[in-house]
Design a protein around this ligand. Structure first.
Ligand code: SF4
Length: 331
């Protein structure tokens, strides 16, 4: 019988139970990314089987990354702890509320197919290059356990990649990102480019076992991004949107304000948890010349068809310096 969707993921129920027991939590806030929300009721049921009197509140605030641990949701609900599923702790943010991160390991990874794809790349490069591997929380331990076994391959496992924290490609000739969808792989390619180094990027999707090259996607994205940066050269009125938790980036806001002031530009700073098209419409973003998202660079990418240029913090710096010579990613 085929496994149900949720059974493809390891929610480490025993680890959660142990954590709840240790901190003697009576109420917890459960947070899952969009794609795994469907598994919430199953997880809640398993926890109820372990603790009859445990109260579980399911967070519906954004959970795109571990940068967004729903601490206000936990405080408002009187939760003793947060169970955040789908990511590992964000490098730049430590929640004050006790939080357990469960990565939600993907059980369906096909080790043989991925090994075969990696060997194929090594062979094509005649085993003369150093290939650096990055992956997401769902696959990190699994990938780490088998890439080292590859013979005739100069492979360095670089660990986890986030959309705003790519792997460090120093000493790499080639980066291979093993992740579902395009998001992480394109991110790595943009980052390699922003370092000004000729490091190629390839992508392996562990859900479909496809090996693909992001070059064309990157070219298309870059074309749009540089056009938006160019539009921002002449911008007079700037709208800056800061985020919450790990997406709260005061150092970026301060650097932008300092630069805008020195150039005599107008600006307004907004603080928002979920940055959407509706939010931009509601706050009259159309009346500004450019909108800068310091929270998450990918929000700017998703709003690339907005009526006014929506740019990342790195792109804002390029515009304020009137410098298109090197694309800056993420900031
Ligand atoms: S890419 Fe965006 S959502 Fe992902 S960790 Fe970075 S800021 Fe958070």
């Amino acid at each position: 019988m085929p496994m149900s969707f949720c059974h493809y993921y390891d929610f480490e129920i025993e680890t959660i139970v142990k954590f709840i027991r240790e901190i003697k939590a009576k109420k917890i806030l459960l947070q899952l990314p969009e794609g795994l929300q469907i598994c919430a009721s199953e997880i809640i049921q398993l926890l109820r089987n372990a603790f009859g009197d445990l109260e579980v509140i399911l967070s519906q605030n954004p959970s795109f990354g571990s940068c967004l641990v729903d601490e206000y949701g936990a405080i408002e609900s009187g939760a003793d702890a947060i169970i955040h599923i789908g990511h590992i702790e964000y490098k730049y943010y430590k929640p004050k509320t006790p939080t357990l991160f469960i990565r939600g390991a993907y059980r369906g990874i096909d080790k043989d197919k991925i090994t075969m794809l990696l060997s194929q790349v090594c062979k094509e490069q005649q085993n003369k290059v150093t290939i650096c591997i990055g992956t997401t929380a769902q696959h990190m331990a699994e990938i780490d356990s088998f890439v080292k076994e590859l013979r005739n391959c100069r492979i360095v496992y670089k660990g986890i990649i986030l959309g705003c924290i790519p792997i460090n490609p120093s000493n790499c000739d080639n980066t291979i990102i093993i992740a579902g969808g395009k998001f992480h792989c394109v991110t790595q390619a943009l980052y390699n480019l922003s370092l000004g180094k000729h490091i190629s990027t390839l992508c392996i999707d562990p859900y479909t076992n496809d090996l693909w090259n992001p070059e064309k996607d990157v070219e298309k994205i870059l074309h749009v991004r540089l056009w938006k940066v160019r539009e921002a050269f002449e911008a007079r009125k700037w709208l800056i949107i800061n985020g919450f938790y790990g997406q709260h980036r005061p150092y970026l806001i301060n650097a932008l304000i300092e630069r805008l002031r020195s150039l005599g530009k107008e600006y307004v700073v907004v603080k928002a948890l979920g940055i959407t098209r509706d939010l931009l419409d509601n706050i009259g973003a159309e009346s500004f010349d450019v909108i800068v998202i310091t929270a998450c660079p990918h929000v700017a990418f998703e709003l690339d068809d907005y009526i006014k240029p929506v740019i990342t913090a790195g792109e804002a710096m390029m515009a304020l310096r009137r410098d298109l010579s090197r694309y800056i990613y993420p900031w």
